[in-house]
Design a protein around this ligand. Structure first.
Ligand code: HEM
Length: 400
């Protein structure tokens, strides 16, 4: 096979034929990342589930690497170290502890409380779109929904949303070591700002997620300030980078499958199964985040050496012909849709109820309010952002 650069915009434009080839010919496949680090792609559905559940594949590199391997890891400034102590980058028992504590705060009541707000917000964005006649669906609709909602849930004052958005965008769009160095002063200000919010909520608790996280307790245990900071940044990144792509890529998938779009318009009660199909078909988080082999691990006859990086390719699993009938066909009435868009195992997406609610409302209101929705550019002029984990349209110009 030709070398694969899974982070390039060209690959992102249509990775599916390559995943199909990998599943058939090389289901555990070694590649080189642009950083020159080797990584393993696991692409079959059953193997992806096995990887996500395998305790020998760990998230915290100190649990996997030899001291020599650890010595070669990139330098991280001291003030940013708390960010690495977030639950997505930790294993049991640290992960178990943090997840139990956040569960106390990230409650179904808190999420359900946002329903009316998401409805109102999508309608406001639609009002503006109607006035303009054409919009970039990414910037003007898909992005403001999850970013506004997570900022409001956390309790970030409305007047700070713009700088909060700028900081978090900078953080999640860092692609290279040079970007990383440029990022340091902005990160410093961002972390100082968040610590300020945390201290304010400690002194004067409100009805928001930061206050709830400060109060969360489990058997005399609670989050330290650094852990709370790591958690807030994780929620923020997860809230910024994922749902936007579900709404944008999902809208594109509907535009490209007009029969499915018409079916959903004709029967809005299909929205639940339609959203699950959009999650499967577009898989916004294409690869689960890094896992490291804590010992040599053999899978499909291939040995992954200790310390090496493994990607469970959720996007490929979601198109596996041994799991899904006609996997490349989008069918909004698909039954028994056991997709892996939210991962599996102990790191299964904590925000999935919120993401589903945002996605359902955003897509439903888009179709209801915009009966003439269509692409305002040639399909082959659409560009995808580079990056290892998510698949993200740069822009989606549409006319309404
Ligand atoms: C369509 C939207 C979303 C998708 C596709 C998605 C997908 C994922 C995936 C695949 C993982 C696991 C990664 C892995 O196993 O390596 C994950 C974890 C996580 N997600 Fe989401 N996510 C979405 C939205 C959200 C939202 C809105 C939030 C919260 C605001 C959120 C919070 C989290 C957290 C905290 C974790 C870490 C859980 C843990 O380590 O136990 N996600 N998400």
């Amino acid at each position: 096979m030709n070398p694969i650069n899974i982070a390039s915009p060209q690959f992102k434009a249509n990775p599916y034929p390559i995943y199909a080839q990998l599943r058939a010919e090389s289901p555990v496949h070694r590649i080189m990342l642009p950083s020159k680090q080797p990584a393993w792609l696991v692409t079959r559905y059953d193997d992806v589930v096995a990887v996500l559940k395998d305790e020998r594949l760990v998230k915290d590199r100190t649990n996997a690497m030899t001291s020599e391997q650890l010595g070669k890891q990139p330098w991280v400034p001291g003030f940013m170290k708390p960010l690495a102590r977030n639950m997505l980058d930790l294993d049991a028992p640290d992960h178990t502890r943090l997840r139990a504590l956040v569960h106390k705060a990230f409650t179904p009541r808190l999420i359900e409380h946002m329903r009316e707000r998401i409805e109102r917000l999508t309608n406001e964005l639609m009002d503006t779109a109607e006035r303009k006649g054409s919009i970039d669906l990414v910037r003007d609709y898909a992005l403001p929904i999850p970013t506004t909602i997570i900022a409001e849930m956390l309790g970030i004052p409305a007047e700070d949303h713009h700088k909060f958005n700028r900081w978090s965008n900078m953080m999640v769009n860092t692609a290279s070591a040079i970007d990383m160095v440029r990022l340091i002063p902005a990160m410093y200000r961002f972390i100082a700002y968040l610590r300020g919010c945390i201290n304010q909520r400690r002194a004067d608790p409100q009805d928001d997620l930061i206050s709830a996280l400060l109060q969360a307790r489990e058997n005399d245990d609670r989050l330290s300030e650094d852990e709370l900071l790591g958690m807030v940044v994780l929620l923020l990144v997860a809230g910024h980078e994922t749902t936007v792509n579900l709404i944008a890529s999902g809208s594109l998938a509907l535009l490209e499958n007009p029969d499915q779009m018409a079916k959903l318009r004709g029967d809005p009660t299909l929205i639940k199964s339609a959203l699950e199909e959009l999650l499967r078909y577009t898989t916004p988080v294409q690869n689960a985040t890094e896992r490291y082999a804590s010992q040599d691990i053999t899978l499909q006859g291939v040995t992954i050496p200790r310390g090496e990086l493994v990607f469970a390719v959720l996007a490929s699993a979601n198109r596996d012909e041994n799991q899904f009938e006609n996997p490349d066909v989008m069918d909004i009435t698909r039954e028994n849709n056991r997709h892996l868009a939210f991962s599996n195992g102990i790191h299964y997406c904590l925000g999935s109820p919120l993401a589903r609610m945002e996605g359902q409302i955003a897509i439903q209101n888009l179709l209801r309010r915009m009966p003439n929705l269509h692409l305002a550019t040639a399909r082959d002029s659409l560009r995808w952002r580079g990056g290892l984990v998510v698949r993200a349209l740069e822009k989606l110009p549409v006319a309404v």
